[in-house]
Design a protein around this ligand. Structure first.
Ligand SMILES: Cc1cc2nc3c(=O)[nH]c(=O)nc-3n(C[C@H](O)[C@H](O)[C@H](O)COP(=O)(O)OP(=O)(O)OC[C@H]3O[C@@H](n4cnc5c(N)ncnc54)[C@H](O)[C@@H]3O)c2cc1C
Length: 293
């Protein structure tokens, strides 16, 4: 039987000491992903270093034009934060659509990123929002663009002793419109078959910038760069939205798995991208459209 030592860190220093003197140690936050993987025999850490109660990881603040969310903040707190709702509404909406209230109370935003699932709901919203992550270890600190952090399912550019300390999300601008769409068999209770997050900058009826992030349709969450190019610099119309949604469906590369076939996922990308684009193009500036509940 696997014997795993559990260390509850009370500070960043304690966390880094506990992780650095054991080669197969792993950070854990809420454990909603990691404990399942341990139970299924996919991960066998001999030591778990819990960062869930490290005070430095628990704040939500406005800092120099960004919302800075501590990595150990539970998803439910991200979803209900007035700061996040007001300044990074796409992220609040996506977090509200993760799992059940129990999962959101336990699971953290840092864990959603650290787990590196291509279907992670907060991840697509964060990528569409242009988020970065702050990463720290005993060797130092760095900040990485979130969309450049993923190498494949369950794999990030982080080394095992590197901890995500915070997620840095640029404050939404007055001329930015955003929407998050997710399709899962049991609504928000389930992992997404596809999720789509969109952020459009609109000035005088023209799309001046577009960010479209797709989840569960490639080995990592991706930007639909061709679809973004289709819509950028143009005035939204139903034919432009139709064209951009078709381009997004063409440029993703889904696989068949237990949740759905590749062709079904491609169709969902078309439907959800079209729906999200229609909502942002018709909606009010600075508002989230596409809330499932
Ligand atoms: C019933 C159920 C439903 C779910 N539904 C959804 C859903 O709808 N959408 C969705 O996206 N996810 C869903 N999940 C997955 C999971 O709840 C989320 O991914 C959650 O955010 C994970 O956070 P955690 O704190 O529990 O991570 P943990 O399980 O503690 O950690 C996950 C991974 O991240 C690493 N990690 C944790 N914190 C850090 C950090 N600060 N720095 C670096 N690495 C770190 C850990 O080492 C581990 O490898 C569901 C899970 C369950 C069990």
């Amino acid at each position: 039987m696997l014997k795993t030592e559990f260390v509850k860190a009370r500070s960043l220093e304690e966390a880094f000491c506990a992780i650095s003197d054991r080669a197969d140690a792993s950070f854990v936050a809420g454990g909603t992903d990691l404990f399942v993987q341990i139970k299924e025999g996919k991960r066998k850490p001999s030591r778990l270093v819990s960062v869930r109660e490290v005070p430095e990881l628990l704040g939500i603040d406005l800092q120099r034009g960004s919302v800075v969310i501590g990595s150990a903040v539970p998803l439910s707190d991200v979803a209900s934060s007035a700061v996040v709702a007001g300044h990074a509404p796409l992220v609040a909406d996506a977090c509200l659509q993760i799992g059940s209230p129990q999962v959101r109370n336990r699971g953290t935003i840092g864990g959603n990123i650290g787990n590196a699932s291509p279907a992670g709901d907060s991840i697509t919203a964060l990528i569409a929002s242009g988020a970065r992550i702050r990463v720290k270890s005993l060797a130092g600190e760095r900040e990485i663009l979130l969309e450049a952090s993923f190498l494949g399912p369950g794999k990030t550019v982080l080394s095992p002793d590197e901890l995500i300390t915070a997620v840095v999300v640029p404050v939404i601008q007055d001329h930015t419109r955003v929407a998050f769409e997710k399709y899962a068999l049991r609504g928000g209770m389930d992992i997404a078959i596809v999720n789509v997050a969109i952020s459009l900058d609109m000035v005088d009826g023209l799309v001046t910038d577009a960010r479209i992030a797709l989840g569960a349709v490639a080995p990592t969450p991706i930007r639909a760069v061709e679809a973004e190019r289709t819509i950028r610099g143009n005035r939204p119309s139903s034919s432009l939205i139709e064209e951009a949604a078709r381009v997004a469906a063409r440029e993703c590369c889904p696989i068949d798995d237990v949740r759905g076939t590749a062709s079904y996922r491609r169709h969902l990308v078309y439907v959800l991208t079209k729906r999200a684009l229609a909502k942002v193009c018709q909606g009010n500036v600075g508002r989230v459209w596409g809330c499932a509940r």
